[in-house]
Design a protein around this ligand. Sequence first.
Ligand SMILES: *Cc1c(COP(=O)(O)O)cnc(C)c1O
Length: 387
Amino acid sequence: MSIKDDDKKYIANSYGRFDLLLEKGEAGALFDDENNKYIDLGSGIAVNTFGNADPEWKDAVITQINTMSHVSNLYYSEPQVKLAKMLCEKAGMSRVFFSNSGAEANECAIKVARKYSSDKYGDDRNVIVTLKNSFHGRTITTLAATGQDGFHTSFGPFPGGFVYAEANNLDDVKNLVAENNCCAIMMELVQGEGGVIALDKAFVQGCEEICKEKDMCLVIDEVQTGNGRTGSLYAYMQYGIVPDIVSTAKGLAGGLPLGATMMGEKCKDVLTAGTHGSTFGGNPICCAGALSVLSRIDDALMADVKKKSEYIFKSLEGAKGVKSVSGLGLMIGIEVEKEAKDVVNALFKKGIIVLTAKKKIRLLPPLNISMNDLEKAIEAIKDELAK
Ligand SMILES: *Cc1c(COP(=O)(O)O)cnc(C)c1O
């Protein structure tokens, strides 16, 4: 039996996989079962911040594996504390809760926002405004938080307490806040799965204003936008806001599962002993990987991300077969005339891996992709779209 056949037989069929069996990764390149080489513009969905098997990251992770692999959260352990301190110092936040994924980081964010309000105003003030076309995860509660009807089927009943506003429509948010007992507004600053759409600054700042006025929590989901992806350590740093709660995951540990929910001054004491927990969360190996990643996200790297982003926008905007280009930093959506899936498959044959988001082509290359590889890939994409 082939691996693909066994996959279909033994793995839950919840993924519509592309016809590609990958066996090896080296920096920004992936190799399939016939040793064909691909330039990877997907990073395992924004996870491999510095590509596959990055030497520095590998050293940090292997050193930690040889030292101590797991102890649970019943005890103190250094990698977790070092990482929390680095996150707080770099992000201007006050405390961190560690979990294993984006959905879990958002679950924690939702719990903190609700408990902040419950502690101060009682249990009735629990509604969270999220945005239409958002994506917040696959657990039952984060599905409920996701503002897309398509995600609200088959698994009901879903927990209540979420209302959905039109993105970039501040009046809609204001009306929902007036009509409901709200404790938070939660949003991605660049809607990733929704089609790589960056929100307007004025809208985001307006939401921050509402949260301040009503003592609600501003929750920013940086699961995909975080960790240098958009050209700043976190995307909110480009929006001139200070969130109360920030969730992140994907690129944080450079290929290992780690979620983080950061709390600002307002919420830092909300979680008390026994109110939340995780067995694996903040595992020493994952934290060692994250320390390696985070310590390298500096001004020089961010300037480089912005330069590469400008190059991609300039090359693709107005190109044949391209309707529009959207996004921020190295999180880019390309609205194309062709069927996105067909473009992805055609690019495989040319040795380029890209993703989709809704009907768009989505690019999430490793932040340290070489200019040479990037140019090669963008030229191949242009050629394919112009055909
Ligand atoms: C991917 C993603 C999630 C879910 O993360 P998982 O690690 O798959 O649970 C949540 N929010 C956003 C914005 C994401 O892009």
